[in-house]
Structures are given as structure tokens and as C-alpha cells.
Design a protein around this ligand. Structure first.
Ligand code: C2E
Ligand code: SIN
Ligand code: SIN
Ligand code: FE
Ligand code: FE
Length: 381
């Protein structure tokens, strides 16, 4: 054996998975690799289960052609056969989806209506906790033969680990931020329902904007999870300013204006200390903290960015934040009525706020009210 035959570099076909990419990019890459062996797999999709609401939500997918399901959620209780897969903890093959085409479930009808004939559905578990489903769909009937499933199962578990890794990173990050928040007086100023409302307003806007701005389900979900952190930098603002009952003077407001930059720094330290800097959409979190007080006309802070120099996630958070600040009680102000707050958003469109984000709220006043009903303040500051 020559030395060259004994020892040689190998091009690892999955090397790209080492890179710090959003999960959707990794999934798309893996899909290409899988298709080299199994060209009949036309779609991979992940739906996540939200324990709080019992909803199953589309999260990310890799699809040849248009996706039948985007920004879509369904109560798991209403998807009977999926619930059964979860309870049995075993994957399920459907060799001929046409039998579902006239079925009761909206999501199954949609998948079948795009011509998918066969599906293989794996439940995803992290330790003992159910986290969602992985779907393999094929345009060919009877595609998922047992010999193929042996290998597809391995890919399935690889994808499951990628999902778990990402969710664990996000959960760790949120827990660290939450711990930092709870160790300061900032917890007295910011209520839990403010956090929930801000998250839901931001998701409402993001979903409305998704088609036009090309926001993926994964991006929308991250905007939802991270927009409540926009003010985390306020944990670094002295109580004398943070909790001042009246109007801030100029010097005090200058101190207050450091909170976006402080927030960005706190998030960077946490990412660094927990070695989390590598998961796909950390920039969404950073940008929301740092840029949620930028204004479309450049009059905002800290950087004075203009228009679409401001990342879309920050423009979305700004509208969610201001609407909630106006309609809530603060140490320095009484709550405004919705009508007054909507009128203010309208006035701020194109100067301070992004018009598309404002319109997304104004178009969905009923949903805004639903969010307010659901997350009321109890015992306000
Ligand atoms: P916040 O309370 O979360 O308010 C977020 C943003 O909502 C504010 O950003 C502002 O754009 C808008 N907003 C809130 N209340 C009102 C209002 O009564 N009128 C109008 N026109 N806009 C309002 P901004 O101004 O950059 O303030 C950032 C943060 O500074 C506020 O966050 C709050 O924590 C603090 N702050 C601002 N003004 C005062 C004040 O007069 N007294 C005190 N104690 N804190 C203040
Ligand atoms: C999904 O693609 O997210 C759900 C599809 C299905 O029900 O098979
Ligand atoms: C259902 O009908 O409940 C789900 C079936 C599927 O997703 O394939
Ligand atoms: Fe802020
Ligand atoms: Fe705020």
C-alpha cells in the first residue's frame, strides 16, 4: 500500500452542517444530499408543538416548488392521526395520501392538494418531551418502502438532533436573559403580560408582512420569541432613572438612551459565555435589542439608521413596543385608549415607524384586541 493509499483526505458530504446556518438552510442542504439517494423525497417539513397553547405550528421546510403550508397552525387535538403518532411514539407511513384528500383535516387536504401521494411522519422527542413532527413527503405513491426507510430513519434522527440542538440553544438563551432580568429591579417595572403582548403583536405584524417581505416561518417564530427581550438593556439603567415617577429630564433621558446598546452587549456576553453564538438566527435577537428605537426618518437612536437600513425585525418590534407602551400604564403615564394609540401609530408612520408594520396592526384591530383580552395586566405597577 502506498502512503497515498494509506492516508488521504476525504470530502465529507455533510461538512456544511458544521457551519453556523439557520436551521432552514441546513435542512435544505440535507434535503439535496438525501435526494441523491432518494430522489422521490420532494419535501421535508418540521412542525413544532407549543405546549403552552397545544398548537402545532409549521416551523421550517424544504420543498421542491411551493409549500402547501406556510404560517399555518392547528390545535394538535384537531389533527387526530397526528395525535395518534405522538401518543404511540412511532412513525407512520401513508403510501397513498389520496385516501385523505377528502378527509377532515385541513392540513392533510392542503398537503394532498399539492400532489403529494405518500408521506412518512416521525414524531420528534427530546428525552421524554414531545416537540413536534418531521414530515417526508413524496409525489410518488408507495415511495416509502422498508429498505429506503432504514436510511431515511437515520436522516430523520439527524434532523431531530439538529432541531433539538437549536431549540436547546434558544431555551438556554431565554433562560439566561430571564435570570438576568429577575435579579434586577427591572422585574418590577416590566410585567409578564407586557412580555406576552409584545411577542404576540410582533408575530401578528410579521405574519402579515411575511409574503411581501419573504419572512420564513422560522424567522417569524424567532421574531415572536425574541421581541420581548427588546428592553433587556434596561437592567443596566439605574433605578433613579428607570423607576422615576415623573418625566425624565434631558440628562436622565440620555442615560435611558443607552439601553439599546446595553441590551446588545448583554446578549453578546450571554451568547459568548454559553457558546451559543453559532445558532442560525442570533442576529434577530441582537437587532431587536439594538435597533428597536431607530426611526424611519433617521431621528432615532442609537445609530440614527434610516428606512430599510433598520432591520425588519427591529421595525416590527418598534411598532409592537410603542403600541403596548401607549396602551399600558407606566410610572410616568396613564394608559391610552386603543383609538388614541392607533391614531398615534398612524401619525408616526413614515416618520418614526415603518408604514407597512403600522398597517399590519391597523388591518388586524380585532386580533390586537384578542391579544389584549388574553394577556391583561393584573396588579399593574
Ligand atoms: P417604554 O416605556 O417601553 O416606551 C417605549 C416607547 O413608547 C417610547 O420610547 C416612546 O416612543 C413610546 N411612548 C411611550 N409612552 C409614550 C407617551 O406617553 N407619548 C408618546 N408620544 N410616546 C410614548 P422612548 O421615548 O425612546 O423611551 C424609551 C424608554 O424611556 C421608555 O420605554 C421608558 O422606559 C423611558 N421613558 C421615556 N419617557 C419617560 C418619562 O417621561 N419618564 C420615565 N420615568 N421614563 C421614561
Ligand atoms: C407540514 O408540512 O408542516 C404538515 C404536513 C402534513 O400534515 O403532512
Ligand atoms: C390527520 O388527518 O389528522 C393528519 C394526517 C396527516 O398529516 O397525514
Ligand atoms: Fe426600549
Ligand atoms: Fe419598550
Amino acid at each position: 500500500m502506498s502512503p497515498e493509499e494509506n492516508l488521504f483526505p476525504h470530502q465529507d458530504i455533510l461538512a456544511q452542517l458544521h457551519e453556523s446556518l439557520p436551521l432552514s438552510d441546513k435542512l435544505r442542504f440535507l434535503h439535496q444530499v438525501i435526494r441523491e439517494d432518494f430522489p422521490f423525497i420532494d419535501r421535508l417539513a418540521i412542525a413544532l408543538f407549543d405546549e403552552k397553547t397545544s398548537m402545532l405550528k409549521t416551523y421550517t421546510h424544504s420543498t421542491e416548488g411551493a409549500s402547501p403550508l406556510a404560517a399555518y397552525e392547528v390545535p394538535l387535538g384537531a389533527a387526530s392521526s397526528l395525535r395518534e403518532i405522538m401518543q404511540r411514539r412511532r412513525p407512520r407511513v401513508v403510501q397513498d395520501m389520496s385516501i385523505f384528500a377528502h378527509g377532515s383535516q385541513e392540513h392533510t387536504k392542503r398537503v394532498a392538494s399539492k400532489g403529494y401521494q405518500a408521506s412518512y411522519t416521525m414524531p420528534l422527542y427530546q428525552s421524554d418531551t414531545f416537540i413536534g413532527f418531521l414530515f417526508f413527503n413524496s409525489l410518488k405513491p408507495n415511495a416509502f418502502v422498508p429498505e429506503a426507510l432504514r436510511q431515511i430513519d437515520i436522516y430523520g434522527h439527524l434532523i431531530a438532533l439538529m432541531v433539538i440542538n437549536e431549540l436547546t440553544a434558544i431555551r438556554t438563551l431565554l433562560a439566561a436573559v430571564q435570570a438576568a432580568r429577575s435579579m434586577t429591579h427591572y422585574r418590577d417595572v416590566e410585567t409578564g403580560s407586557h412580555i406576552d403582548r409584545t411577542a404576540h403583536y410582533a408575530r401578528l405584524i410579521a405574519r402579515e408582512l411575511a409574503p411581501h417581505y419573504n419572512l420564513s416561518d422560522e424567522q417569524i417564530e424567532h421574531i415572536f420569541m425574541f421581541s420581548p427581550l427588546h428592553d433587556i438593556g434596561k437592567i443596566g439603567i439605574p433605578d433613579s432613572v428607570l423607576r422615576k415617577p415623573g418625566k425624565l429630564d434631558e440628562a436622565e433621558f440620555k442615560v435611558m438612551m443607552t439601553h439599546p446598546q446595553k441590551g446588545r452587549e448583554i446578549i453578546d456576553v450571554i451568547l459568548e459565555d454559553f457558546s451559543l453564538g453559532t445558532f442560525g438566527h442570533v442576529s434577530i435577537m441582537r437587532n431587536i435589542a439594538e435597533y428597536h428605537h431607530e426611526a424611519i426618518d433617521g431621528s432615532g437612536y442609537p445609530k440614527g439608521l434610516k428606512g430599510d437600513e433598520i432591520p425588519i425585525e427591529a421595525r416590527i418590534s418598534a411598532v409592537a413596543d410603542i403600541f403596548d407602551a401607549l396602551t399600558s400604564c407606566r410610572t410616568y403615564k396613564a394608559p391610552w385608549s386603543n383609538d388614541d394609540a392607533f391614531a398615534m401609530l398612524r401619525r408616526l408612520a413614515d416618520t418614526k415607524l415603518d408604514r407597512d408594520c403600522v398597517d399590519a396592526m391597523l388591518k388586524n384591530i380585532d386580533k390586537v384586541q384578542e391579544i389584549q383580552q388574553r394577556f391583561r395586566d393584573e396588579g399593574v405597577v
